[in-house]
Design a protein around this ligand. Sequence first.
Ligand SMILES: Cc1cc2nc3c(=O)[nH]c(=O)nc-3n(C[C@H](O)[C@H](O)[C@H](O)COP(=O)(O)OP(=O)(O)OC[C@H]3O[C@@H](n4cnc5c(N)ncnc54)[C@H](O)[C@@H]3O)c2cc1C
Length: 297
Amino acid sequence: MTTQAPQAAHAVTLPASLDEAVAALAAMPAAVPVAGGTDLMAAVNSGQLRPAALVGLGRISEIRGWQYQDGHALLGAGLTHARMGRPDFAALIPALAAAARAAGPPHIRNAGTLGGNIASAAPTGDALPVLAALEATLIIAGPNAARREIPVSHLLAGVDMLRSGELIGYVRVPLLHAPQVFVKATGRTGPGRAVASVALVLDPARRGVRCAVGAIAPLPLRPLEAEQWVARLIDWDNNRAIVPEALTAFGEYVAAACIPDPEPAEDGSAQQLPPAVLHLRRTVAALARRALGRALS
Ligand SMILES: Cc1cc2nc3c(=O)[nH]c(=O)nc-3n(C[C@H](O)[C@H](O)[C@H](O)COP(=O)(O)OP(=O)(O)OC[C@H]3O[C@@H](n4cnc5c(N)ncnc54)[C@H](O)[C@@H]3O)c2cc1C
């Protein structure tokens, strides 16, 4: 279906399937996909973006839900934050549900989608640290019904980019059946963009802890050594017990890994982090400590 947007007279195509959407992008290489429009229309309204045509993804029902596959959930890119925040989804992937509930005010959560959050790749994207901690992968739809799979982290790091005419179709997430936490600090009360966020998931089958810190760098950071260190301190056979001091030490380990001390000066004297950066490091430490404490409680 093709209509004309009244004011801008841009072509707007509304395909009913993922492959139709890819075909529409191939037919109009200057067209831009739009899902909820919360990021894209903000860019249009501020004059940063002037798309020649739009391919709307809102009518593609196949990417608005999820299905189960080999111990994983295959999440449609068109899932809205509001949908992911509901209890049935929270029972499946608690950290992603918590991130979705924290992603902006209600009208943004009703429209904004998982795929848009990933494609925008903003440092403050709340889904991103969760997907990094879960080591999620993306199913990318390309021309002629082609599908390829890449780790989310590769897309965010620019190692593997979306090619012209490709769309994020699905996100494959392992179902870990264990506690997961997402916590976020904002600069104000009420909904707001993250100043720092931490996603933490337990992987009891592998006796692992996976953690990602969002918003403090262009892409989520994984403090791998801190993860491995704390996983060895958890008594996995005894109700996942841990000594309280280890929670604090873990927070500090994560924070120092993500925001390291500056190199010493040429004369060998120690350098201080600027106060604002020191404050951010303390925030990350508190979030990581809280996330682990909640996951193990
Ligand atoms: C006031 C406000 C507050 C916000 N607060 C938060 C917040 O607290 N946390 C947070 O994480 N985000 C926040 N956001 C950002 C935004 O809501 C999210 O990033 C949202 O998930 C984007 O999804 P969308 O469907 O609206 O994307 P769109 O705006 O439709 O698209 C964004 C980009 O992704 C591309 N795209 C969309 N879907 C696909 C796909 N399937 N395949 C390939 N490319 C695609 C589009 O071409 C475009 O470049 C906020 C935005 C606003 C305006």
